[in-house]
Design a protein around this ligand. Structure first.
Ligand code: URA
Length: 239
């Protein structure tokens, strides 16, 4: 294998995003062959050099990605004293190198991607890159054409700016309505706050796709699988 920049290697090894790993290098937390690494742009050879973060010897997987069908009742965090976390469900050998791309609320179900590439995860979450996320939503209250237009134009969820244009497709109207909503940003509780602005309460929320990758419906809640080559390629385009 050829050489690569140290900060890239660290991001691919799951140590953190490019800016996080730069800080760790600056703080002297990274060693190459026993010597403290000096600069993010230093070249390393992942096959020959021994690169450590604290006591951990880092190994390199060029790209690792999996999808998880998050059940309700667990939180998107690496550890938590009182709740089950999404990490408790992931039992692959590379678990320590993976982290979830974004968050789903405790009561939200559906697609959660895990990557070992901090930079890519960061890009997928940044509104600048317009990565689409689609949610299946059930609401209390009848959804209307006005809701479709309001989401297209952007609604006020109490942030500095209105939400970016979003696409609402109504599937069923009634006391309990069903719809799909596609957004390309991910503010805290975004979907629930968007519907709240329209006077509707979300009573069920499930993410069904992200960045063009659809939740595999044969994956039961609580189960994960590696992405296929085609699915991985769809993410790598974003790099
Ligand atoms: N929007 C929400 O309100 N909750 C989620 O879990 C995801 C998007």
């Amino acid at each position: 294998m050829s050489t690569m920049r140290l900060d890239k290697f660290l991001a691919l090894s799951g140590v953190g995003t490019r800016s996080e790993v730069k800080k760790k290098i600056k703080n002297g937390e990274i060693k190459i062959n026993g010597e403290t690494a000096e600069k993010p742009e230093m070249k390393v050879d992942p096959e020959r050099d021994s690169i450590t973060y604290g006591n951990e010897l880092l190994s390199y997987h060029s790209f690792l990605a999996l999808m998880f069908h998050k059940p309700a009742g667990c939180i998107t965090a690496v550890s938590d004293p009182s709740h089950k976390t999404v990490m408790d469900f992931i039992d692959c050998p590379q678990k320590s190198q993976l982290f979830p791309v974004g968050r789903l609320d405790i009561d939200t179900e559906g697609l959660l991607l895990f990557l070992n590439d901090g930079d890519l995860a960061h890009k997928m979450l940044s509104p600048r890159h317009h990565v689409e996320k689609t949610y299946y939503v059930e609401t209390e209250g009848i959804l209307t054409e006005e809701d479709i237009l309001a989401f297209q134009e952007g609604v006020d969820i109490g942030e500095k700016n209105p939400t970016l244009p979003a696409k609402l497709t109504i599937l069923e109207r009634g006391a309990k309505s069903k719809a799909e909503l596609t957004i390309c940003e991910g503010k805290f509780h975004q979907v629930k706050r968007m519907f709240a602005d329209r006077g509707k309460k979300v009573c069920y929320l499930k993410r069904i796709s992200m960045g063009g990758i659809k939740l595999d419906e044969s994956l039961a809640p609580g189960k994960w699988r590696y992405l296929t080559e085609e699915e991985s390629a769809m993410l790598q385009i974003l790099k």
